[in-house]
Design a protein around this ligand. Structure first.
Ligand SMILES: Cc1ncc(C[n+]2csc(CCOP(=O)(O)OP(=O)(O)O)c2C)c(N)n1
Ligand SMILES: [Mg+2]
Length: 607
């Protein structure tokens, strides 16, 4: 056996650079790195040595670097992924939130935190926590519940089994998620005679599992027995590249489609079968179809509470759920009839098996009524003297959008209102991280999206709160020449949580700055802040100015930040559905008691 003597870190990066996609690109599209003593000598030397084949990027925070990596993969439908390496201790734990985000959203990312010395020579090394009763616990054990595969590399030859397992998880459609390879810092530098064959190019083909024939038959029977089915299209439709099959299915069998946050843009907004966004942040049209449906057909959805209205939305008495999902875990939720398969393959086979079976006409008028209502609230304001609403900001961005625009967001007011109001055209023109809804995903995520699809116009929507939480990858985007447009809606605090607080009967408290314990009124100059990181930054005074600046941003030479003050109180008065947020059972506040009564009534609707 021919061998080659490499350090474990050299072997790791050499292996990663040899893993290919079906399309002939390297699966790992790059490595984000912030070095410390836990990875600079081992991983750092190895990455410098392979930089022609595997590019290393330096961001500003391990969490946001991982956000960029995750967004990159989401935008590419998981075809490629990125890796992130950190030192031990704080650099490592900074990535835990990002790991959880990738875990919830079923997205691949390879996290390589440094770890303590395997040989324990320096015990305790700088930043090592000490467990009094367990000799093998390190901070990296925090990654266990938020990784789909976790391993700790304590000997160089363990890479021979750990790395192929890591690749399998990241390329497996059902088990896809974050992989953490905690890399003991002494081991990174340790040499071993690796078989040369380990570094040969390897292609990872996409698996498209077809349904079991009995499951397929039961699914066909269930659909044929239904009178009013609806398809709930989730993120799996995009991951599987099944948008054409979904459209063909909906047209041929005339089944209405509604879209989750992750599924939005599966069908164009104006397609006859698309009844719009579903659930808590849904359209009246979609929710009416769902309330009436006797068969809910999930297509690549995990049925999270925003989709199901905390399980009160699908309220037809004898309704059943059929869950087409590549992951068995999702396929049997709420006693669903399982159809375990890839969405693209499964929808095509299901359609074939259904033959000419066709349901009655799509419900009339629902969609027109919805669009009339939503168009009214996104229209440019007549009165330029009042503070714009976030809905009007969405309208402006929509009017300024072009065919290849991707609008993205993650947390705050915007995700819900974009889900409701954004008119998505082509697939993946809408990128929402709403599995974890992580404040701080936005700017780094925008960077990742633009790296994945450099030709697309990427618009990041971010609230002032999320911007304040994490913004520093803006400097990275500017430095890397990655041109994104960031729209900051400044309502001076956490507007959406403030409204939720009021809706649950509480007084306004600790959300908007004016309700916090401050002695000097918080005033943040977002333009100066963004400009200090090298971005083009402007503040606009009106919706009309916003539209002009959005056009200018498209032709600008670098990343642009546009700041607009908005009103923290108004929300769409159309669409939407109940969401289960538990209201206190006892309280001296009468408003809380009233909210509790409403809550108890609403709970009775849950199925
Ligand atoms: C990391 C993180 N912390 C807390 C939350 C809970 N949370 C959701 S939205 C929000 C406020 C967002 O404020 P902002 O970005 O200004 O948006 P707004 O609702 O004001 O438009 C908070 C605190 C979260 N989603 N993520
Ligand atoms: Mg805000």
């Amino acid at each position: 056996m021919k061998t080659i003597r490499l350090t474990a870190a050299q072997a790791m990066v050499r292996y990663l650079a040899s893993q290919m996609t079906e399309e002939g690109e390297s699966f790992i599209a790059g490595m984000w790195a912030i070095f410390g003593h836990g990875n600079v000598a081992g991983m750092g030397e190895a990455l410098a040595g392979i930089k022609d084949k595997l590019t290393t990027y330096r961001g500003q925070n391990e969490q946001s670097m991982a956000h960029a990596a995750i967004a990159y993969s989401k935008q590419l439908r998981r075809r490629r992924a990125m890796a992130v390496t950190s030192s031990i201790g704080p650099g490592a734990t900074n990535m835990v939130t990002a790991a959880a985000l990738a875990h919830v959203n079923r997205l691949p990312v390879l996290l390589i935190p440094g770890d303590v010395f395997a040989n324990r020579g320096p015990d305790p090394v700088l930043q090592q926590i000490e467990d009094f009763g367990d000799g093998i616990v390190t901070v990296n054990d925090c990654f266990r519940p938020v990784s789909r595969y976790f391993d700790r590399i304590t000997r160089p030859e363990q890479l021979l089994t750990a790395l192929p397992r890591a690749m399998r998880i990241m390329t497996d459609p059902a088990e896809c998620g974050p992989v953490t390879l905690a890399f003991c810092q002494d081991v990174q530098a340790e040499a071993y005679d690796y078989p040369e064959s380990f570094f040969e190019k390897k292609t990872w083909y996409r698996r498209r599992p077809r349904p079991d024939e009995h499951e397929l038959r039961r699914a066909v029977d269930a659909i044929k027995a239904a009178r009013k089915p609806v398809i709930v299209a989730g993120g799996g439709v995009h991951f599987s590249d099944a948008t054409e099959e979904l459209k063909a299915f909906a047209e041929r069998h005339r089944v209405p489609v509604v879209e989750t946050q992750a599924g939005k843009s599966a069908l164009p907004w104006d397609h006859d079968a698309n009844f719009g966004p579903v659930g808590v942040t849904g359209a009246s049209s979609a929710n009416a179809v769902c309330a009436d449906a006797d068969l809910i057909i999930g297509a690549g959805t995990r049925f999270q509470d925003f989709t199901t209205g905390s399980w009160a939305l699908f309220r037809y008495p004898e309704r059943r759920i059929l869950s087409l999902n590549v992951q068995p875990y999702d396929s049997t939720k709420r006693d669903a009839i399982p159809l375990v398969c890839d969405a693209k393959a499964g929808l095509a086979l299901l359609s074939e098996a259904l033959g000419d079976h066709r349901f009655s006409e799509f419900p009339a008028n629902l969609k027109q009524a919805w669009l009339a209502g939503s168009d009214a609230i996104t229209a440019a304001p007549k009165d330029a003297n009042t503070l714009p609403t976030d809905m009007q900001v969405i309208g402006a961005v929509q009017r300024a959008a072009v065919d290849n625009t991707v609008v993205m967001c993650a947390a705050g007011t915007m995700p819900g209102e974009l889900h409701q109001l954004w008119k998505a055209g082509r697939p993946l023109s809408y990128h929402m991280e709403y599995g974890f809804s992580c404040m701080g995903y936005e700017i780094a995520g925008g960077l990742g999206i633009k790296m994945a699809e450099p030709d697309r116009d990427v618009i990041v929507m971010v609230g002032d709160g999320s911007y304040m939480m994490m913004n520093s990858e803006l400097a990275t985007a500017v430095a890397m020449g990655v041109k994104i447009t960031v729209v900051i809606t400044d309502n001076r605090g956490y507007g959406c949580i403030n409204r939720l607080q009021m809706a649950t009967g509480s007084a306004e408290f600790n959300n908007l700055y004016e309700h916090t314990s401050q002695t000097h009124a918080m005033q943040i100059d977002f333009v100066a802040h963004a400009a200090s990181m090298g971005a083009r930054a402007v503040k606009v005074a009106s919706i009309a100015e916003l539209e002009i600046e959005l056009e200018m941003a498209r032709d600008a030479e670098k990343a642009t930040v546009i700041v607009i003050d908005t009103d923290p109180y108004p929300t769409p008065d159309v669409g939407g559905f109940w969401w289960d947020v538990a209201v206190p059972e006892v309280s001296p506040r009468s408003q809380v008691n009233e909210a509790r009564l409403r809550y108890e009534t609403a709970l009775k609707e849950r199925r």
